[in-house]
Design a protein around this ligand. Structure first.
Ligand code: SAM
Length: 344
């Protein structure tokens, strides 16, 4: 924290400063995000925009480049920032982060466990919600993803977040070494095999604590649900997905946009019961038969690790080379952000 100001406030308010990211919107509504530097230039095939025209100006100005093209200038909001920052792994979309914060009941001062970190998009929303006095322990298998996320978060807040730690390793094992039993208020998982964290979550989550998992496929959703039920110790899991339909607003042509992001993922939420308590058998639950042998085989296959990988689940795979490039890029933004003068 710099002085008494809340973390990251100096990056979000006041006149535009060198080291800050700004979003430029052109006459077609296309958005580009740049980092301001004294004497810096932004080149496109439509001319040059001098950064000095923006530095020390308020947000919301409209500036012209050397060829007379006009751009509207605003700081990216968190929603814009996560979609424009360097990425390794796929990020949780803002519509889902918003739901996660609400469904997981993330509150200021909470101690939250998260896995995996990926590019740090969800970490940013969690840190915002836990605030200056909360703590977030994020677990990530891949070192290069941890690097990307660290830089993305630092570039957003302009400094390392004092309540945030990344632990590199398997969340299911590492969290048992790091967390106190029953010491975690909320758990949020975005990883391929969240059921492998069941023992860890049962150990570290406080009674009454909320556990939300974000999964991309129905097969993951189904397996996690059944494993939570089988394990006992948790309330009946609930699932939902969020569809966001944007609207076209033009004169009398007011209607839903033709295109939308049709699928991102599902949220599964449950709460930890007190020790040695069994979940209530809910009357409203339809009596379904136990999963048949072929269902279980479809989930687990013969080799669990081979079946539940990025390839079989057709989630996006990121090469080491691409991840390293994103890490270098995000570090550059973080270094620039740390130079921003805080005059609060
Ligand atoms: C889809 S990405 C997470 C994206 C992230 N939530 C975001 O919004 O930027 C999934 C991440 O989980 C990590 N992961 C997978 N299994 C893990 C495990 N057992 N422990 C820790 N991290 C794991 C992967 O390396 C990957 O970075």
């Amino acid at each position: 924290m710099i002085g008494n100001a809340p973390i990251g406030k100096h990056m979000r308010t006041g006149l535009l400063k060198s080291g800050q990211r700004v979003q430029l919107t052109d006459y077609k509504g296309r958005k580009s995000t740049i980092t301001l530097h004294e004497g810096g230039e932004w080149h496109t095939h439509r001319g040059v925009l001098h950064h000095d025209k923006l530095i020390s100006q308020p947000e919301g100005i409209v500036v012209e480049n050397s060829a007379g093209y006009r751009y509207q200038v605003l700081r990216p909001l968190l929603n814009d920032y996560v979609l424009s920052m360097p990425r390794g792994a796929t990020v949780v979309y803002p519509k889902d982060s918003a739901q996660i914060i609400q469904v997981a009941d993330i509150f200021p001062g909470a101690h939250v466990m998260e896995a995996g970190v990926g590019s740090g998009a969800l970490s940013l929303s969690l840190l915002r919600a836990t605030g200056d006095f909360g703590t977030l322990n994020s677990y990530e298998l891949r070192e290069e993803f941890a690097d990307i996320a660290r830089s993305n978060v630092e570039a957003f807040f302009g400094e390392p977040h004092p309540g945030w730690k990344i632990h590199v390793g398997d969340a299911g094992q590492k969290s048992l070494e790091v967390e106190q039993p029953g010491g975690v208020d909320r758990v949020v998982l975005d990883m391929l095999t969240p059921w492998k964290c069941l023992t860890a979550v049962r150990t570290v989550l406080a009674p009454g604590g909320v556990w939300v998992s974000y999964v991309a496929t129905v097969t993951q959703l189904s397996r996690l649900t059944e494993e939570i039920r089988r394990s006992g110790g948790f309330t009946e899991p609930e699932a939902h997905e969020t569809m966001l339909r944007t609207w076209h607003l033009d004169g009398l042509a007011v209607r839903p946009d033709h295109r939308m992001v049709a699928h991102t993922g599902f949220l599964l939420s449950t709460r930890r019961l007190a020790d040695d308590q069994l979940p209530l058998e809910l009357k409203k639950r339809e009596k379904v038969s136990e999963p048949a042998g072929e269902d279980t085989q479809a989930w687990a296959g013969t080799n669990d690790d081979e079946t539940w990988d990025e390839e079989t689940l057709q989630t996006r795979m990121v090469s080491r080379k691409k991840a390293r490039k994103a890490a270098a890029n995000s570090l550059k933004h973080a270094e620039a952000a740390k130079e921003v003068v805080n005059d609060e």
